[in-house]
Design a protein around this ligand. Structure first.
Ligand code: SF4
Ligand code: SF4
Length: 361
C-alpha cells in the first residue's frame, strides 16, 4: 500500500479542488476534497472521527475532478479510497456500504437481485452468437434496471453485421469494491472474471457501461494482471462503425443536452461525433466540462439527498435548454431518472442510434 503522507503534506492550500468538487458545490465548504485527505493520519491511527469527518470520507463519488485540477498532483481520489480501505479494515465503514459489498460477493450484483434474471433483457429478435470472439457485457445497471439499452446496443451491432457472444457467467465488474477500498475481495473477483472471459477465447469485449470499462481496463490490470482481450466502450465501437460506413444513419433533426460520463472524460468527442452524424445538435450544459451525476461510489445509498442535489445540477441545466437529455452511462441515466422532477426525457445514445438506423430502413 502506498504511503500517502508526503502527498498530503505537499498540499499548497490553493483550494482549486474545492471549486470543482460536486459535493462541495452542493454541501458547502465543510466537505471539501482537501478536507478529506487531511483526515488521513486520523484514520490511520484509528482515532475517533467526528460525524462530519466520517461522512466527508464517504461523501465522494470518486469522480476525479479534484485530481484533474490539483497543481501538485495529489492523488486525492486514491487517498479517499485508501481511507475507506482503512475504515473497512477497522470495521468502521457505513452499514449500507457493507451491505452492497456483500451483495456483490454473494449475489453478483450491487442490488442483491436474483442473478438468474440477469439475462431477462434478451429478446427473440436479438442476434447473438455462442462462438463469436466478440463478447458483450451489459453490466448490472442495464441487466436489472434498463434492459432497453442492451437491446438497442445489440440491434445497432446487428445492423453492422456483428453478432456478439453473451457471457453466460457475466459478473458485476466490482467497481463498488474498488471505490470502497475492498482490495483483497477485488483481487480475487478480478482473477475469477478475467480467467473466465479468457477461457471463452473472447478477443474483444464490448461494454455498455463506462464504469465497467474503467474497472476492467484499469483496475483489473492493477489488481490482477494485464488482460488478453481488449475492452471497448460501446460508444467507441459505434463511432468506428459509422466512420467505416457500416452503420447507415438518417438525420433525427433534434437538439439535445448531452450529459458526459466521468469514466470516459478523456474521450468526450466520441459521443458528439456520433450524435452529429445522425443530425443531432449537441447543446453543451457545462461548456464541455464533465460534471459527475452524483450517484457512484456509495454516494446515492449513503447520502441520497446530496446525490440527488448533484444530479440536479445537470438536470436543471439540461431542462433549461432541451426536453431531451442524452447520456452514455447507464448508472448515470438510472440515477438521473430516479430524481428527475422535470418534464425531461433521458435516453442513452444507443437508443437514438437505433432510432436513426431504423429511420434509414
Ligand atoms: S473525487 Fe469527485 S466527489 Fe470525490 S472529492 Fe474529488 S471532486 Fe469531490
Ligand atoms: S487542489 Fe491540491 S494543492 Fe490545492 S487545496 Fe486541493 S489538494 Fe491542496
Amino acid at each position: 500500500m502506498r504511503d500517502y503522507k508526503q502527498a498530503v503534506d505537499s498540499c499548497i492550500d490553493c483550494k482549486k479542488c474545492w471549486d470543482v468538487c460536486p459535493v462541495t458545490k452542493v454541501k458547502g465548504e465543510e466537505y471539501t476534497p482537501q478536507g478529506k485527505i487531511q483526515l488521513l493520519s486520523k484514520v490511520e491511527s484509528g482515532e475517533t472521527l467526528e460525524k462530519a469527518e466520517f461522512d466527508n470520507i464517504y461523501l465522494s463519488t470518486r469522480c476525479g475532478a479534484c485530481d484533474d485540477v490539483c497543481p501538485v498532483n495529489i492523488p486525492i481520489k486514491d487517498i479517499i479510497q485508501y481511507e475507506r480501505y482503512l475504515l473497512a479494515e477497522q470495521n468502521r465503514e457505513p452499514e449500507k456500504t457493507k451491505g452492497i459489498v456483500n451483495n456483490i460477493l454473494v449475489h453478483n450484483n450491487p442490488g442483491g437481485k436474483d442473478n438468474s434474471k440477469r439475462f431477462d433483457w434478451i429478446t427473440d429478435d436479438l442476434k447473438l452468437s455462442d462462438d463469436s470472439e466478440i463478447g458483450y457485457m451489459a453490466g448490472c445497471w442495464i441487466s436489472y434496471a434498463q434492459p432497453e439499452i442492451a437491446r438497442s446496443t445489440i440491434r445497432v451491432l446487428n445492423s453492422a453485421g456483428i453478432e456478439p457472444r453473451i457471457l453466460k457467467d457475466e459478473k458485476c465488474c466490482g467497481i463498488f469494491l474498488v471505490d470502497n477500498g475492498h482490495f483483497d475481495e477485488m483481487k480475487s473477483h478480478a482473477k475469477n472474471y478475467v480467467d473466465y472471459i479468457e477461457s471463452l477465447e473472447i478477443k474483444k469485449l464490448i461494454v455498455s457501461c463506462p464504469g465497467c470499462y474503467k474497472t476492467l481496463n484499469e483496475s483489473y490490470p492493477q489488481l490482477y494482471r494485464d488482460l488478453n482481450f481488449e475492452v471497448v466502450p460501446s460508444i467507441e465501437l459505434f463511432d468506428l462503425l459509422i466512420k467505416e460506413g457500416k452503420l447507415q444513419t438518417k438525420d433525427l433533426n433534434l437538439s439535445v443536452a448531452l450529459k458526459d460520463s466521468c469514466h470516459l472524460k478523456n474521450n468526450i468527442d466520441t459521443p458528439r461525433n456520433i450524435l452529429n452524424n445522425m443530425g443531432v445538435e449537441v447543446i453543451e450544459i457545462f461548456d464541455r466540462d464533465v460534471v459527475c451525476c452524483g450517484a457512484p461510489a456509495g454516494l446515492k445509498p449513503n447520502f441520497p439527498e446530496t446525490s440527488s442535489n448533484i444530479a440536479g445540477l445537470s438536470l436543471r441545466k439540461s431542462n433549461d435548454v432541451s426536453d431531451l437529455m442524452v447520456a452514455y452511462c447507464p448508472f448515470c441515466i438510472y440515477h438521473m431518472n430516479s430524481v428527475n422532477n422535470y418534464n425531461l426525457q433521458i435516453k442513452d445514445i444507443s437508443q437514438l442510434l437505433e432510432d436513426s438506423i431504423q429511420k434509414n430502413k
